[in-house]
Write a protein that binds this ligand. Structure first.
Ligand code: ADP
Length: 545
C-alpha cells in the first residue's frame, strides 16, 4: 500500500506543479505580452496621430500666414509711402495723400482709406485723411477710430511692425492696421512729433477678393479648409468637419477669425487608428478573459483532482476497514468449530450459517467495490433474466439476520406470494437490497427494527427498506446518492463505510428502468428513513441491452 500511494500522489503533485509553475506563469506572461503589444501599437498610433497633427498645424499656419502676408504687403506699401514723407521736418501730408491715392487702386486694392493722427499730445488730431472712394462711412470710421478704437491699440508694439485691431461694432467688421512714427524734430527741439499712421482695410474685399486669390481651391487634394468668424460661422470656404485631427488657427490681422483645416487622409487614418485601437483593446480584453477563464478552469480542475484523490485514498482505507468485520467473524466462528468448542449439533449448524452469511456479506462488499469500479469505467454489464423479486429480497434479508440479531434489531420481512415477474439482474438487485439493509443496520441500530417489504404498485414492483433511525436531513437527501458522499449520520455515528453504496443502488435501479427514492422522516416522531427501489414489471421494462 505504502508503495502504491506515493505513485498517484506524485502524479497529481506533478500536475499541480505544472499548473502553478508552468501554466499559470505562461498564461500571465501571454497576457502581459499581449498587453505590451497592444500598448506599443497604441503608442505608435499616438505618434502617428501627433505627426499628422503637426503636419496639419504646419499647413494651417502656412495658409493663415498667406492671408496675413497679403494684408501686410499692402500695409507695407502705405508704410513706405508714409515713411518717405513724414521724415521731413514739416511733412507735406497732402503729398502722402496724393501719392497713396494715385497708386491705391493698383498697390493697395483692399485698403479703403489712410489717416495720419498726431498723437504727440492727448488731443489726437487727424492730420490727414485720404479715402479711395469718399462716403459718409468715412466720418463714422474716423469717429470710431478716435473715440473707441484708439484706446484698444497697443502703441508700444506698433513702432516697427504694424499692429492690427480687429473689432466688430454694430455687426460691422472693422480691421485697422496702425503704426507709430516720429517726425523729424523742429529746430531747437530734441524730439519730433509722434504720428500714428492708420490704414483701413476693407474686410468685405478681403473676403471677396483676397481670400479667393490666396485660397484658390479650399478643397484641393486631401486638404479641406475654411475661414470662420468669431461665432464659428463660415466666412469663406466649404463646411468641413474638423474632427480629431483638424486644426484651427487664428489670423494675426483678422484676429477674431480663424482658419480651419483638416486633412481628409488624416480623417480616414484617424478612423482606421481608432478602429485598430478598438479591435486591439477587444482582443486584449477577450484574451484576458479567456486566459482568466482558463486559469479558473485549471485551478478548479486541479482542486477537484486533489479532492478526488483524497476521496479515493479515504475510500481505499474505508473499504479495507469494512472488509475486516465479516472476516473477523468468519475467523472467529471457524476457530470455534475447529477447536470443537461448539457444544451441540444445533450450535455447530448455527456457526456454519453465520460463516456462510458473513462470507456472503463479504462477497457483497467486494462485489460492491468491483461493480462500482465497473460503473466508474462505464463497463458494467447486467445479466437480465425474467425472475421473481421475492426470493431475492428474502435471501438478502437472511444474510443480515445474524448481524441484526446481534445488534438487537429485528428484521421484519413482508413479501406477498402473487408478485409479478420482472426482467432483472438478480445479483444486482440482491446487492442493492443488501446495501439498503447494511445502511439501515449501520445508521438506525437504535431504532430497534427494520421493515423490508415488496409490493406491487400499478405497473411497478417496489422494494422498500424502512428503519426507525435518526433519519436523513432534507438538505442531504439529494446528495446521498453521489459517489463518495457521506452524510451527517455517517460522521456522527463514526460508522464504517465508503460512500459508494447508494450511488451503486441508484445506478442499478436506473439500469433496470426504475428509480430509487428516499423518504425521511417516515415516523410520526420525526425519525426514520425509507428507501424504495421502484422496478418496472415485465410489461413496461425496456429490452435488455
Ligand atoms: P456509506 O454508508 O458508506 O456512507 P452510502 O452511499 O451507502 O455510503 O450512504 C450515503 C450516506 O447516506 C451515508 O453516509 C449516510 O449519511 C446516509 N444514509 C444512508 N442510509 C441511511 C439510513 N438508513 N439512515 C440514515 N442515514 C443514512
Amino acid at each position: 500500500m505504502a508503495g502504491a500511494r506515493p505513485a498517484s500522489g506524485d502524479g497529481s503533485l506533478l500536475s499541480e506543479r505544472f499548473v502553478y509553475y508552468v501554466l499559470v506563469p505562461a498564461i500571465v506572461i501571454a497576457v502581459l505580452v499581449l498587453g505590451g503589444f497592444a500598448a506599443t501599437t497604441v503608442r505608435l498610433d499616438r505618434a502617428i496621430r501627433q505627426t499628422l497633427l503637426d503636419q496639419t498645424a504646419t499647413r494651417a499656419t502656412e495658409k493663415a500666414n498667406g492671408l496675413d502676408d497679403k494684408v501686410a504687403e499692402q500695409d507695407n506699401v502705405v508704410a513706405s509711402q508714409a515713411d518717405a514723407i513724414i521724415r521731413e521736418v514739416d511733412p507735406d501730408l497732402n503729398l502722402l495723400k496724393k501719392r497713396w491715392l494715385s497708386t491705391a487702386q493698383r498697390l493697395t486694392p483692399t485698403i479703403r482709406a489712410i489717416l495720419v493722427v498726431d498723437i504727440t499730445y492727448d488731443t489726437h488730431e487727424v492730420k490727414a485723411f485720404a479715402s479711395k472712394s469718399p462716403s459718409p462711412e468715412d466720418d463714422t470710421f474716423r469717429r470710431l477710430l478716435l473715440y473707441q478704437l484708439f484706446d484698444k491699440m497697443d502703441l508700444d508694439v506698433a513702432t516697427q511692425e504694424p499692429g492690427h485691431l480687429h473689432e466688430i461694432i454694430d455687426d460691422t467688421q472693422y480691421l485697422v492696421s496702425y503704426w507709430q512714427r516720429e517726425g523729424a524734430p523742429e529746430p531747437g527741439q530734441s524730439k519730433g512729433r509722434k504720428l500714428l499712421i492708420v490704414a483701413w482695410p476693407d474686410v468685405d474685399r478681403i473676403v471677396k477678393e483676397t481670400m479667393p486669390q490666396v485660397y484658390k481651391d479650399p478643397e484641393h487634394g486631401d486638404v479641406r479648409m475654411n475661414v470662420v468668424d468669431e461665432k464659428g460661422r463660415i466666412v469663406f470656404g466649404p463646411p468641413i468637419k474638423v474632427g480629431e485631427l483638424g486644426i484651427s488657427v487664428p489670423f494675426k490681422a483678422l484676429s477674431n477669425w480663424r482658419l480651419q483645416l483638416a486633412l481628409t487622409s488624416a480623417d480616414a487614418l484617424s478612423r482606421d487608428a481608432r478602429q485598430r485601437w478598438i479591435i486591439q483593446l477587444a482582443m486584449v480584453v477577450i484574451a484576458g478573459i479567456v486566459a482568466l477563464f482558463g486559469l479558473v478552469v485549471v485551478i478548479v480542475a486541479s482542486a477537484r483532482e486533489r479532492r478526488l484523490s483524497a476521496l479515493k485514498s479515504d475510500f481505499v482505507a474505508n473499504v479495507s476497514h469494512e472488509l475486516k468485520t465479516p472476516l473477523a467473524l468468519i475467523r472467529m466462528f471457524g476457530e470455534l468449530l475447529l477447536t470443537g468448542r461448539a457444544s451441540s449439533a444445533e450450535k455447530r449448524k448455527q456457526y456454519c450459517e453465520i460463516i456462510v452469511s458473513e462470507s456472503e456479506r463479504l462477497t457483497a462488499l467486494i462485489e460492491n467495490v468491483l461493480d462500482f469500479a465497473q460503473v466508474e469505467r462505464g463497463k458494467v454489464a447486467y445479466d437480465f433474466v425474467v425472475a421473481d423479486v421475492g426470493p431475492i429480497v428474502q435471501r438478502a434479508a437472511d444474510v443480515y439476520r445474524y448481524r441484526a440479531e446481534k445488534d438487537g434489531v429485528a428484521i421484519d420481512v413482508e413479501i406477498p406470494s402473487d408478485l409479478p415477474e420482472a426482467r432483472i439482474d438478480s445479483r444486482a438487485i440482491e446487492l442493492s437490497v443488501m446495501n439498503l439493509l447494511d445502511n439501515a443496520l449501520k445508521y438506525a441500530k437504535d431504532g430497534g427494527g427494520v421493515a423490508v417489504s415488496v409490493a406491487r404498485q400499478g405497473e411497478e414492483i417496489v422494494i422498500r427498506v424502512a428503519d426507525h433511525g435518526p433519519g436523513i436531513p432534507k438538505e442531504e437527501q439529494a446528495r446521498i446518492f453521489e459517489r463518495f458522499y457521506r452524510g451527517r449520520a455517517a460522521s456522527g455515528a463514526q460508522a464504517r463505510g465508503s460512500g459508494i453504496g447508494l450511488a451503486l443502488v441508484r445506478h442499478i435501479a436506473e439500469s433496470h428502468g426504475g428509480e430509487v427514492v428516499v423518504e425521511s422522516p417516515v415516523d410520526a416522531d420525526g425519525r426514520g428513513t425509507a428507501f424504495s427501489l421502484h422496478l418496472p414489471t415485465l410489461r413496461l421494462q425496456p429490452l435488455a441491452p
